[in-house]
Ligand binder design. Structure first.
Ligand code: WT7
Length: 656
């Protein structure tokens, strides 16, 4: 918050405080003090409380080889046992685990006993194909009961899953399969989004045909739409056929706490997407703990996180956290605007959702839709079941926060603005709804045990009220363990030597001078956040220049966008004379589709501009800061005297 912004504070109501797992600021402060007094002992206490161990651990944190930290290393456990069996053993087998709503509105409910049986059959099916502990399995599937069950089945047999979002292209899928060295791919015949049937298995075929995927021995296909598909003999199998005769029980594979539960690819500022490796014990602890404290999840809640299981939010707050606590949650296949932009509100009404967790982009686009069409305005729906709202993925601007609070939360539901990352495994800076006074636009205070701080380039603390680099000073249980196959890149990306051994988040932040509340000011690297999806500018540039027939050079920057937070803006030099008018439009459309095919539709640039050259320094470095100003439509205030050809700035300002 800057000094001149009037700060509105929303104190937790009596209703929010009452019965909350963390109730009142004094309770929050006690937890922070407990962690401060003995960091390792604090986390050990919670790990014993939240996780059922096969073999109890004797050591909490092992920091003998920083930054390769280990947590609870001599303990053994199984994540799927913790998410399923232990609730069934406690007599909760008949409780609904998942309420699946398909794109077309069909609803399927699954109890804990049923989800356990399904998970075991898939686990046994995988075992029958020789998949074993330590193998990697890529899951390329849309939101579904089998998607969640497949993740749980991998966890059950100790195979490390890597879910690839169903919107990624064959090329992106291929890259991830190759990097993981996966032995199997689990997919579906098709996916359904907004009434349209879209390919999945066909993209797997295409990815495997691109080469480099010899590790893949089996492709398992879940039947979603019943589409006719070519099945490669000896490689492809229908999931329902594979598991038809499989038993409904499967002894869990007890793994060490550090055993990699999953790899999830995310974008960095340079190079290819990196495979973020998460542990089993520490990860599961934080997924469960944050679900309990941040979402204040109780036994009778209906929890709905709208993320896709292809992102980390869908891992921690669909596939693991709520299940580890024995909660009931919604799994939604479709899109927020189908059959109309009232879909979310109708689903909250129909299923009596009590906790709702979504992204600012979705909120902003639904505000627009509601303002344009009374029929989909949330006031037309009964949203009285809600008691808590959440936001994730990007900063939520105060205006969207206020709308969300008033129109969805009826003025009574706290909003938890949760700051975290793929690498952090779970919430890092967030309000706790029964304790923390809320300030729109601020993610407030660190989760107890998370030592978030703001420092300068040399790792020294900066005073509140002054912006700086967001770091985490001490290791925490759900942190990234390494980048799959590239420990050096892990060290370089997250533990630069000048930062005194602190974890570098990659975001800038500022703490309020009076309250110490955190506000995230955005990435400090070349990573963009488009609709809450993380994209590296370099990745998009590489995709553009790989169109060798057309493109000589490309530079990509972000610019602010009212709906998507940031929009992708590409500056392109072609191998032919600079196009204008209709020709420029046509080539821009071609390049957009090219990027869509190379990476996925989420990476398509919103703006593409053509120049005879790009603005460069004398040493040939592209002046990105200049490009960012041009993309925003700002006047150029930077020094341009080193530019070879200042006239290109005018060219690049022209939109197509
Ligand atoms: C980046 C991480 C967290 C899971 C989904 C995204 C931005 C995330 C917030 C927030 C401001 C946020 C940061 C972060 N971000 N949550 N509440 N307020 N910014 O995970 O794809 O790994 O992206 O998203 O820039 O570094 P991700």
């Amino acid at each position: 918050m800057s000094e001149d912004t009037p700060t509105k504070v929303y104190e937790p109501s009596a209703a929010a405080r009452e019965g909350a797992h963390v109730s009142g600021m004094a309770a929050y402060e006690r937890l922070v003090a407990e962690a401060d007094a003995d960091h390792a002992a604090y986390w050990a206490r919670l790990a014993r409380e939240f996780v059922t161990w096969k073999k109890p651990f004797t050591q909490s944190l092992d920091d003998s080889n920083p930054p390769f930290f280990k947590w609870f290393a001599d303990g053994t456990l199984n994540a799927s046992y913790n998410c399923l069996d232990r609730h069934v053993e406690a007599g909760k087998g008949g409780k609904t685990a998942l309420i699946f709503e398909a794109d077309g509105g069909e609803v399927t409910r699954v109890t804990y006993s049923e989800l356990l049986a399904r998970t075991c059959r898939i686990a046994n099916g995988l075992k029958s194909l020789g998949v074993k502990k330590g193998d990697r399995v890529v899951i390329y599937i849309s939101m579904s009961i089998d998607g969640v069950a497949a993740m749980q089945a991998c966890a059950r047999i100790g195979a490390t899953h890597s879910v690839v979002f169903g919107g990624f292209s064959a090329q992106s899928l291929r890259d991830r399969i190759e990097d993981t060295g996966a032995v199997a791919v689990i997919t579906a015949d098709q996916q359904v989004r907004g009434g349209k049937q879209l390919p999945l298995k066909a993209i797997v075929d295409e990815a495997l045909a691109l080469g480099g995927c010899d590790s893949v021995k089996n492709v398992l296909v879940v039947r979603r739409t019943g589409a006719e598909l070519p099945m490669a003999a000896g490689r492809d199998r229908w999931m329902h056929e594979l598991i038809a005769q499989q038993p409904e029980t499967c002894e869990p594979e007890w793994v060490e706490a550090e055993h990699p539960l999953f790899l999830l690819y995310t974008s960095g500022s340079t190079g290819k997407p990196k495979g973020v490796q998460h542990s089993t014990g520490g990860y599961l602890l934080h997924a469960a703990l944050t679900t309990k404290w941040t979402f204040d999840l109780k036994d009778d809640d209906i929890f709905w996180c709208t993320a896709d299981i292809g992102w980390v939010t869908g891992h921690s707050y669909i596939a693991y956290g709520p299940l580890a606590l024995g909660g009931t949650e919604i799994v939604f296949e479709g899109v927020p605007t189908y059959p109309d932009a009232g879909r979310f509100w109708k689903m909250i009404q129909d299923h009596k959702v009590s906790i709702f967790y979504t992204a600012p982009t979705a909120i902003r686009s639904l505000i627009k839709a509601a303002e344009g069409n009374e029929a989909v305005h949330p006031k037309r729906y009964d949203l009285s079941s809600l008691r808590l709202l959440g936001s994730v993925g990007e900063p939520i601007n105060p205006a969207a926060w206020e709308w969300y609070h008033a129109n969805i939360g009826g003025g009574r539901c706290p909003i938890v603005d949760t700051f975290w990352q793929t690498e952090t495994g779970g919430h890092m800076i967030t309000p706790l709804p029964g304790a923390t006074p809320l300030v729109p636009g601020s993610c407030t205070l660190p989760f107890p045990g998370i030592t978030a701080a703001i420092v300068d380039e040399t790792g020294n603390d900066v005073p509140n009220g002054q912006g700086g680099i967001l770091v985490v000073k001490k290791p925490w249980p759900s942190m990234i363990r390494t980048i799959w196959g590239d420990p050096e890149r892990f060290k370089k990306s997250y533990y630069p030597p000048e930062l005194k051994g602190y974890y570098l988040a990659g975001d800038g932040a500022i703490r309020d001078a009076k309250t110490g509340y955190f506000t995230i000011t955005g990435r400090i690297d070349d990573v963009l956040n488009v609709s809450g999806h993380r994209m590296g500018t370099m990745e998009i540039e590489s995709a553009l220049v790989s169109c060798t027939e057309l493109v000589a050079e490309a530079a990509v920057v972000g610019r602010p966008d009212d709906t998507t937070g940031e929009a992708i803006c590409a500056f392109v030099v072609l191998k032919r004379p600079r196009p204008t008018g209709e020709e420029a439009k046509k080539i821009a459309a071609e390049l957009r589709n090219w990027v869509g095919r190379e990476i996925g539709p989420i990476a398509k640039p919103k703006d593409i501009r053509f120049g005879d050259n790009l603005p460069k320094t004398r040493s040939g470095k592209i002046m990105r800061r200049l490009l960012r100003s041009i993309a925003k439509g700002e006047a150029i205030t930077q020094d341009t005297s080193t530019l070879e050809n200042p006239a290109i700035l005018e060219q690049l300002a022209e939109t197509n």
